[in-house]
Each structure stands twice: as C-alpha cells, then as structure tokens.
Design a binder for this molecule. Sequence first.
Ligand code: SAH
Length: 263
Amino acid sequence: MNRNYMNTSFIIFITSCVAIVITLVILLNFNKGTALAMGGVDKVVDEDVFARQRKRMVEEQIAYRGVKDKEVLEAMEMVPRHLFIPEENRSYSYYDQPVPIGFGQTISQPYIVAFMTELLRVGKDDVVLEVGAGSGYQAAILARLVKQVYTMEILEELGKEAFMRLKAMGYDNVEVKIGDGYKGWPEHAPYDAIIVTAAAAQIPQPLIDQLKPGGRMVIPVGGVYEVQDLMLITKDASSKVIKKSIIPVRFVPLTRTKKGNDF
Ligand code: SAH
C-alpha cells in the first residue's frame, strides 16, 4: 500500500514536470512567433541602436562643433536619418560624413545639415524653398521647424523617391517638384528662407528675386569638384542684398541639363 502510494506520487510528479516543460516550450515558441510576426526582434533592436547613434551624432558632431539652436538640435535627434539612406549604406547613416544616395548624389554630412539649418534662422510661420531635395532628409529637418517646405529636385527618380518617403513618414507640409531649381519655384514666392544643397557657379538671380525682404539664403558657391564657399545671402527690409562667405564646403554640383514636370 505504502509502496503503491509512493509510485503514484512519483508518476504524478514526473507527469507534472513533463507538462511544465511542454508548456514552456510552447510559450517560448509562441513568443518568438509573435515577435517575428510583428516585424522581428532585430528590427526593434536596430531602431534602438540607431536612436543611440543619433543622440551621439548630435552631441559629438553637431553641438560639440558649436551648433546651439535647440530646435535644430532636437530636429536632428528626432528625424531618423537612416530611413533616408539606401539599405546598402544604412550602417553609415550616423557617420561624420556625406553618404551616397544613388544616382551619383549624396546626403550631406550631419553637421553641415545642422549648420546650414541654423544659419537660416527659421521660425514656425516661415515658408522655405530648398533646391536639391536628394533623399528628402534636409526637407524633413526643415519641416519640423517651419510652416511649409517646397523642395525641388532635378533627377526624377530621386525626387519621386523623396516625395514618397516624406509622405509615408507623415511630413504633410513638404511639397516636392521635379525641375531645375536654378529658376526657383515662383508660384509660392517670396520665401522667408532659401537653402541650396548643390554647388552653384554663381548665385542664381531668380532665387535672389524670390527671397522676401528680411529673408535669408544659404548656398554653396564655387566650381565643380573644388572647395566651395558656403555663402549666407541676406535681403534687408529695403531689399538690399548682402553676401557673406561663411565656411569652405564641398557639394555635388547644381546641374542645368534636365527639364522636369511638376507632380
Ligand atoms: N538635400 C539633400 C542632398 C542634396 S545632394 C538631402 O538632404 O538628401 C544635391 C541634390 O541636388 C542632388 O539630388 C541633385 O540631383 C540635386 N540637384 C542638382 N542640380 C539641381 C537643380 N538645378 N535643381 C534641383 N536639384 C538639383
């Protein structure tokens, strides 16, 4: 009798252990399955890594070099730069350098984006024109700081990609136009600020004309594949234009070859 009782307890114990192990295995697999179905554990980890890299980028590359505007620093920390960079170059997103975005073009170095944005001294009611949409990254930074951004891109494929990316990310205050930005976008002029992110041999007169009195324009000026001058152009209240050279920079050239359509 006693022995039988021992046997029964032992069987119950073993059965319970097996049941617990089976339950654990099922639960673990279920969690793994759920995580995978939700886009993968790796992706969540990546976003975390990118967010930390972005924080360091702001501290070590941008604030460290003297950019002080709090809103600019915040925008640089908020906008996920890696989503503007093609997959094969994504690991370089937060490096202290420009990164290729296809079609022979580059997204500017983070510090230069922040520095040029700070120079524009934009406010939340401003309307801004960008020439050289590229990936759309600079437009996204500006979109967080101003009322409306109009950005132009001469390469159709890049412009369309930038347009779709910005829409998918919810930047509803950015419009993209395919076309030669040398001539500006007169329909929405005058602008509080204009930023040109490709180097021009000389300052395009149509852009000066489309700047509001009291407005600011930032533009790299100089020859192709040379060191260029980053210029700050201000138009005072009486429309007098003042040009100031700020720092040496190196940008891809402003081209004049293709004609584009609006979309
Ligand atoms: N601001 C971009 C990077 C710009 S790279 C970003 O944040 O990613 C310069 C861009 O200017 C390139 O995409 C190039 O195709 C574009 N570009 C060159 N000449 C142009 C022109 N005349 N009008 C409009 N875009 C031009």
